[in-house]
Ligand binder design. Structure first.
Ligand code: SF4
Length: 167
C-alpha cells in the first residue's frame, strides 16, 4: 500500500491496546515501522501505544486497535472504556477476533478447570476468556496469528479514507 502525501495536517487519532496474548501483533506493528514510519508520521497520531510511548492518552480516538483476548474483570472494564472513547474499534489477531489461542482454558474439562481454579483466583482471572465481540461492538477484524500484515494495512487505509485523511 502506498499512501499519497497528505495535503492537510489532519491525522487519524489512533490507539493500540494489548490484552491477554503473546503480543506478536505488537511486535509486527513495531517491525512495520521500519518501512512505514515516515509515511505514518504524516497521517497517524499514535495517541496510545505504550510499547513505544511513556505518555499515553486514550481519549477521543478515531480508531482503537485491540489485540488479545479478555481474561479478567479488570481487562473487561478497560475494554469498555476504550470502546466508549473510540469511534471505531478494530480487533487485531486471532485472540482478539476469536478468543483463541489465548482462551484455551475455555475448553478444559472439569478436572483441568478444578486444577487451575486456585490460580484464576490468585491472579484475578475469569473462568471464561472472551473474544472482543462477545463484550463490545467490533467494527473490523484483522485475522491471523499473528495478524496478517496486508489485512492490517487495508484496514488502516480504509479508516484514513473514511476520515478523509487521504483521498
Ligand atoms: S493471535 Fe496469535 S500471535 Fe496474536 S496474540 Fe494471539 S497467540 Fe499471539
Amino acid at each position: 500500500m502506498i499512501f499519497p502525501m497528505a495535503d492537510t495536517q489532519k491525522k487519524l487519532n489512533i490507539g493500540w491496546f494489548t490484552f491477554t496474548c503473546c503480543e506478536d501483533s505488537t511486535i509486527m506493528l513495531t517491525e512495520m515501522l521500519n518501512d512505514n514510519f515516515f509515511t505514518w508520521k504524516k497521517l497517524l497520531n499514535f495517541k496510545h501505544f505504550n510499547v513505544l510511548k511513556s505518555k499515553n492518552d486514550m481519549s477521543d480516538l478515531d480508531v482503537a486497535f485491540v489485540e488479545g483476548a479478555i481474561a479478567s474483570e479488570h481487562d473487561k472494564e478497560k475494554l469498555l472504556k476504550i470502546r466508549e472513547n473510540a469511534k471505531y474499534l478494530v480487533a487485531i489477531g486471532s485472540c482478539a477476533v476469536t478468543g483463541l489461542p489465548s482462551g484455551h482454558r475455555n475448553s478444559f474439562d472439569d478436572k483441568l478447570k478444578a486444577e487451575i481454579a486456585p490460580y484464576l483466583l490468585q491472579y484475578h482471572q475469569n473462568e471464561k476468556v472472551y473474544a472482543l465481540h462477545e463484550l463490545v461492538k467490533v467494527d473490523d477484524s484483522v485475522p491471523g496469528c499473528p495478524m496478517v500484515e496486508a489485512e492490517f494495512l487495508k484496514v488502516v487505509d480504509k479508516y484514513l479514507k473514511l476520515f478523509k485523511i487521504i483521498p
